[in-house]
Design a protein around this ligand. Structure first.
Ligand SMILES: CCCCCCC[C@@H](O)CC(=O)SCCNC(=O)CCNC(=O)[C@H](O)C(C)(C)COP(=O)(O)OP(=O)(O)OC[C@H]1O[C@@H](n2cnc3c(N)ncnc32)[C@H](O)[C@@H]1OP(=O)(O)O
Length: 311
């Protein structure tokens, strides 16, 4: 008998209304660790002010909300046929990828949305992973970003091993074992990093209520995967793309170990060849310095290489 999760693969959810303001862009920049001189992302009157390019990754949880939302209500997961009941208290973010298709505006008006479909479902010994493909479009249907986000429902089960996908994130190359990284960026997150990042729209209590992380065996609060993702994207964009907002064309990771607010993140970056459209293909990993564990693995980015200059 076929696995009931077959029905979920390719399932289209209704488009999700989304939107942002300049203030949302500034809030996101701070949530991913931008510093006081991190122009053009932290000052709206700077001549090159622009969205940090990974900004759209917040939208599947933020939607078009301007206020706090209830995390358990925004996932839309129960509408998908064939999947076992979703338990938000046993879900972690498994992976995230974004491809930027055209420059993002500084703010949106009405009519922006994300088209959404389940692009893959996988069951393994640890649980069930659902991949959701998201396409950010303006009111005329012009495409700005394509994302694949995977949620890992730890401990969920159906009839056994299963894996089916209709679309995948950009493929990378493994990090070279025979040479040192071209760049290493080390940054300490703040003990308050999660309470800052959540203001971008992910109000999952896992990142503020220590009792939830304790139940999940994390020993307390953990940082949003997408906050760590943003730290790594800043490291890659500043090293290879000279902080040019248009230089990052794709950025993809797997979340391989939890990070605690206050941990130090070390991102090791290698240029590994040509990427599509005149970009450099970049491979990277991010390590938690205090534990030595890799927290972002399978990192791949496509970046237009830029010489360092003053923005
Ligand atoms: C927008 C919607 C998003 C969803 C909502 C998210 C809301 C957020 O607020 C939540 C968060 O931000 S949580 C914080 C970020 N995420 C994390 O910290 C997770 C860190 N990773 C882990 O804990 C483990 O790797 C763990 C638990 C993921 C897996 O660990 P193990 O159980 O030890 O599994 P392992 O033995 O390593 O692998 C088993 C099989 O699973 C595959 N796999 C592992 N990691 C994967 C990943 N990240 N994505 C996809 N597949 C993955 C392995 O390949 C392996 O497969 P197989 O058995 O077929 O070989």
């Amino acid at each position: 008998m076929s696995n009931p999760m077959e029905q979920a693969v390719g399932f289209q959810l209704p488009p999700q209304p989304v939107g942002w303001t300049k203030r949302d862009l500034l809030t996101y920049a701070v949530g991913i660790g931008a510093k006081k001189d991190d122009y053009p992302f932290v000052y709206e009157l700077h001549p090159q002010f622009a969205p940090f390019p990974t900004y759209p990754v917040v939208l599947s949880l933020k939607g078009d909300a301007e206020d706090v939302t209830l995390f358990s209500k925004v996932l839309g997961r129960d509408e998908i046929p064939g999947l076992p009941k979703f338990n938000p208290e046993r879900a972690v973010h498994g992976s995230m990828s974004i491809e930027l298709l055209r420059p993002l505006p500084l703010e949106t008006g009405p009519g922006w949305s994300m088209k959404r479909r389940v692009s893959g479902v996988h069951e393994n010994k640890s649980g069930i992973i659902m991949d959701l493909e998201l396409l950010l479009v303006d009111p005329e249907g012009k495409e700005y970003a394509r994302m694949i986000t995977s949620s890992f429902n730890v401990g969920a089960k159906t009839t056994g091993p299963f894996s089916k996908s209709v679309s995948s994130p950009p493929k990378g190359k493994p990090v070279p074992k025979d040479r040192k990284p071209d760049y290493v960026v080390t940054e300490k997150t703040l003990p308050e990093q999660a309470i800052l990042y959540r203001l971008s729209g992910d109000y999952n209590p896992l990142h503020i209520d220590p009792s939830i992380g304790a139940k999940m065996q994390f020993g307390g609060v953990i940082l949003h995967g997408l906050a760590t993702y943003g730290f790594a994207a800043r490291a890659v964009l500043s090293s290879v793309g000279s902080n040019d907002p248009q230089a990052l064309k794709a950025f993809s990771v797997r979340f391989t170990a939890p990070v605690k607010p206050g941990d130090t993140l070390e991102t090791s970056i290698w240029e590994v060849g040509d990427g599509p459209g005149g970009t450099v293909m970049v491979a990277f990993v991010t390590k938690v310095v205090e534990t030595g564990k890799i927290c972002l693995g399978a990192g791949v980015a496509h970046v237009v290489k830029k010489a360092k200059g003053k923005l």
